[in-house]
Design a protein around this ligand. Structure first.
Ligand SMILES: [Fe+2]
Length: 251
């Protein structure tokens, strides 16, 4: 059996135009650099990087250019999608040329990766607009064999945290109606919540990944930071459709 497709999932780096800028006391440039350094030193090299939004904090072109500088020279495709802090137009302008891809679909052997935009203007919460849902339906229907991993920024299921669940994916029911029509969806992965979670829904693995900067306290009623360090996730997508995965905290 051929080796699994290995994806490095990073999310919510919240970069700024100025490298010395901090968010909640954290230099987000330093933490992304440290995250990439640790992940790329792993004995098993990834086949691609998946970055699920909030790539920048200040909606600047310079933030995206810094992301491009840090991830573009690793010899890997880098799949990007926007979060609520992003400017999708700027992101598309800076991160569309190979090795980067802005949203859409990527095929790696038996595995189809679908990157969706849940960005909604002037909102911290998210929505999958009709064209995104139609794109998902069309993509899943046109590749009925093999396996599919779906990535987006906002959580489609409650995290058990009142404030965070108030800024979730607004039309998760419509999203799951599409997913449920296709039995080859194996996993759904997101950012936004700055914490790790793993669960299963109707045979599909649902996973959130910690931020490469600061984390939110799980199950907190109000906004609260967690003391956990930056983190990232390995996704091993096996040819039989299995997903083995682990979250790694940055030392
Ligand atoms: Fe974020």
């Amino acid at each position: 059996m051929s080796p699994p497709l290995r994806i490095l999932h990073i999310t919510d780096p919240h970069l700024h135009e100025h490298r010395d800028a901090r968010m909640r006391g954290v230099n987000t440039d330093d933490t992304l650099v440290a995250t990439l350094k640790q992940a790329m030193a792993d004995a098993r090299r990834p086949d691609a990087i998946l970055a699920t939004g909030d790539l920048v904090q200040d909606e600047t072109r310079g933030g995206y250019e810094r992301f491009r500088e840090l991830t573009g020279g690793l010899g890997l495709p880098v799949y990007c999608l926007p979060g609520n802090h992003d400017s999708p137009d700027l992101m598309r302008a800076v991160l569309s040329e190979p090795p980067f891809q802005f949203c859409g679909v990527a095929q790696h052997g038996d595995w189809t990766l679908v990157m969706l935009s849940s960005f909604a203007s002037n909102e911290a919460g998210g929505v999958l607009a009709d064209p995104e849902l139609e794109f998902l339906e069309r993509t899943l229907a046109s590749r009925p064999s093999g396996h599919c991993l779906i990535a987006l920024h906002h959580q489609p299921v409650p995290m058990g945290s009142r404030w965070l669940d108030g800024v979730a994916l607004r039309n998760a029911d419509e999203f799951f109606r599409v997913c449920d029509r296709h039995t080859h969806v194996r996993g759904i992965v997101w950012g936004h919540v700055h914490q790790a979670s793993d669960r299963e829904r109707r045979g599909v693995q649902l996973m959130s990944t910690p931020s490469t900067c600061s984390q939110f306290k799980p199950e907190s009623e109000h906004f609260a930071l967690d003391a956990r360090p930056p983190g990232y996730r390995w996704l091993n997508l096996h040819t039989d459709g299995r997903i083995s995965t682990s979250v790694v905290w940055v030392a």
